[in-house]
Design a protein around this ligand. Sequence first.
Ligand code: NAP
Length: 511
Amino acid sequence: MSTSITGNRNGNRKDPAVVIIGAGMTGILLVIKLKEAGINNITLLEKKDSVGGTWRENTYPGVACDVPAHAYTYSFAANPEWSSVFAPGKEIHQYFIDVWKQYGVDQYTHFNEAVTSCRYEEGGWTVKTGKNKTYHADLLFTATGLLHKPVTPYFPGKDSFVGDQFHSAEWDHSIDLKGKRIGCIGTGSSAAQYIPELVGLEGADVTVFQRTPQWIVNTENRSYSEKEKQKFRDDPGFIEKTKHRALYIFEQGTTALTSTKFVDRLKHRLFSWNAKRYLKKSVRDPELLKKLTPDYKMGCKRVIMNSTFYDAIQQPNAHLVTEGIDRIEPNGIRTVDGKEHELDVIIYGTGFDPAAYMRPMEFTGRNGLSIDEAWSKKIQAYRSMLVPGFPNYICMLGPNSPIGNYSVIAMSEVQADYALQLVKHWQAGELQTIEAKPGAMQRWNAMLRERMGNTVWASGCNSWYLDVDGDPLTWPDTWQAWVALMQEPELDDFYRQQPESHPDQPDRKVA
Ligand code: NAP
């Protein structure tokens, strides 16, 4: 097979060649922001044949966003047409397709280009794809999403199961689930959305295998009336108000999880009390109530925003199993109490690998340093975006981005603005490369550790918010504190232009 070389690495800081990996929400945003900044030599590589990232991948029944739609929208592309307060996944996917076309991002997009390796050499990046194409870049961004790699745990006997089994992010729509005995493993944010849909299917019998009960906040959805939509169309201020009200509530929630202030601790207690009251009001059977009651602090795992799960799990065709799974057998799941649960289908709502980021691609920085080596002790990035040893590379939504229940679009916008400032400083010749110094990385880590102790994430639970050492991957402070830190780069944390020493010049002392 021939190797074609496209794109270029011209080293011209005024007109740099930029490669962005991933055409989801963040990749689309980056192209728009770079164009606004006068940078047009952009290649957006997408492994699949359409845009939309998580909203293209997750097509399970009931998929929706649990952040209000007007807050889950780019700040520059308000959408008065959202059908409901919490929009369904399909509508969100269409929104990203529309923005992608409307803002001309389509001209920069290359589909079916799964990146296999990125290597920094001779002052730039060489990016190779599965199609055996090579792209050269002066600046490289990964916008591969935080949760893109589904995790399906191994249970003994898994392959012996004679029925169908699939992960929630790889929903097999060819299987008619009506009339089937369905086993659902996991009760996270995804499962809480599709379990009620499955319970509602004609003739279906649904067994839910719950390892840990969840904190659920009653979040009723409702459709917007035509009158409301007209108001959104006529008055952009009304959209802004609706958006800011929603974001304010989420900000209050985040603050309550991270702050030590008395008033915030009080808010946390109030939120917890409210969720427990909703549970008690919803579930009558004391046995079931006990099984569904969390015994860890609210917010330690991602809080579930939902109004249908408790009702669904009390239906006669729904069964909650809290005994652990011992093994999978040809006809179903056997739990540790020895009971066999006969099933036709098993659905794994078991989440994603939060440490995958750009992996499994081969990713190599200066002097052959691989990302696996750089992250062998801990995944880390200065300001969640910059990995020492990987010059002119920016990892969007990287480790310790303020995830939680906040709008991830707002996060990407803050990070894109920060990244663009770095690019401008680099273009102006103020930075040798866009790369944080190791000392800056250490200071950042020390700050994270110091603040982490105060947060609910360090209070003890099993969650994807925690890394293998049990250290949180979330941002350990308020949304406002993060935004303030991301307002502008501290250039002294980067390799400045002469006379600063720089690792690309081996005869000089590395800072
Ligand atoms: P998740 O929240 O990580 O939940 C995974 C579930 O699988 C948990 O109930 C977990 O139990 C269970 N599980 C994992 N491994 C297991 C094992 N070996 N045996 C038994 N149970 C096991 O995954 P998710 O529901 O796919 O959600 C992932 C994230 O996607 C969310 O946190 C959220 O950030 C995002 N999401 C967002 C929305 C939205 O509306 N914005 C919707 C869906 C998802 P334990 O709790 O005991 O670990």
